[in-house]
Design a protein around this ligand. Sequence first.
Ligand code: NDP
Length: 463
Amino acid sequence: MAQYDYDLFVIGGGSGGVRASRMAAAAGARVALAEEYRMGGTCVIRGCIPKKLFVYASNFSEDFHSALGYGWSVGETRFDWPTLIANKDKEIARLEGLYRRNVEAAGVTIFGDRAVFEDEHTLLLLNEGRRVTAGTILIATGNSPTREMGTSHIVPGGDLCITSNEAFHLERFPERILIAGGGYIALEFAHIFHGLGAKVSLVYRGEKPLRGFDDDLRDAVMDSMKRRELDVLLGCEFTKVERRGSCLHAETNKGGVVECDQIMLAIGRQPNTASLHVEKAGVRLGKRGEVVVDEYSKTSAANVYAIGDVTDRLQLTPVAIHEAMCFVKTVFDRTPTAPDHEHVPSAVFTTPEIATVGLSEQKALMLGHAVDVYKSTFRPLKHTMTGSEERSLFKLVVDAKTGTVLGCHIFGWGAAEIVQMAAVVMKMGAKKADFDATVALHPTAAEELVTMRVKSYSKEATS
Ligand code: NDP
């Protein structure tokens, strides 16, 4: 008789947990998974997928306008928020069903329950009140939006604000919305609500949103937001939020009061470890509540692993999936495989979008690279007939000594699709000479990547 009920018990049915459970089952392990909410996790239920559907919805307003330049009269347009929500919900339910069926088809037992640790091999399923044991336990509980504006700075009335979780289910479309933050979620939702017709104000505490991204990308987004008349309040933080009648009033450190229908906090996400009782398994948590793991995603308990957002490494779905596959190789294929967090591409789905892979110019210099920079800004062909002043930016950061492409940064339509492929060649160690030797595909925006022959400037390393 087996020593434990399962070889692997996965806590969390998001991107990482689902992939790990399916692969471990395919490798012959007896696997169970607990998910207390809906299968699919943040990405499918209240993140990447519904967000991208909202982005598509928000893009139509500009498309209708652009159509005029090409001879189309679109006529009167009207946006219906309940229709978008209902259709999005239908699609998400379909995807959730698909996730569930795939996991079950792999032979994994799913518990619609909350699992908490009793010891390093035992979990308690809270609803059923049942104990289960497993040889290996995988924590893949993800993270959720934080509402805390810093311990020294808990805003009175902050509980009146929504987060991205609620933004996907608002009954009424917010005609005026304030969005706090300057990261992925704040910028994406600012553009979504703006495109859908809301009056949006972005409230960011720093000098320029998207800290950590290449400075040219940050400038390009700022310019684009100005052009779109999206209100950006910099160096700005809420000091108080209160409800007055049907409106919310936000006081800021700038002294003003802004009246709006909704206030959304997009000020980061915190790992979902509260009340998991990981301490009972000897699993150490970091300062932010993240599960501390080694290079193989192993926690401080020998048989407990953690992957995805709960580990607070790179909070991206494909990274969680990659970590899941490495975990299964390490534990069930007995081939120790550390996840590779280099050259991970990512995109911020603003309108148009930002996509990036590799080092920003600033990071490359800091890491000791002397760099050659190739930059091109231009009006996309499509907009030569729409009247839009939108400009695209393409930028390559190249190691001056070796010619290796260190970073590829794009702001413009299709940026994410282009950067996915750039990531492949950069992973292969492509040099600028390889880009130069590639024949362009014309007429595209992507051809800029292989036609930027003249260096824009060079810089010496700063360290
Ligand atoms: P981010 O970490 O991207 O951004 C958080 C923002 O909130 C920063 O601008 C930060 O400012 C600001 N902030 C943090 N604390 C405070 C505070 N106390 N008061 C005011 N502002 C504050 O977090 P997000 O919530 O936008 O997204 C979380 C993660 O989810 C991302 O890092 C990303 O990895 C992932 N994600 C990926 C997406 C994609 O791939 N398209 C889409 C959405 C999310 P400062 O810069 O000054 O620190």
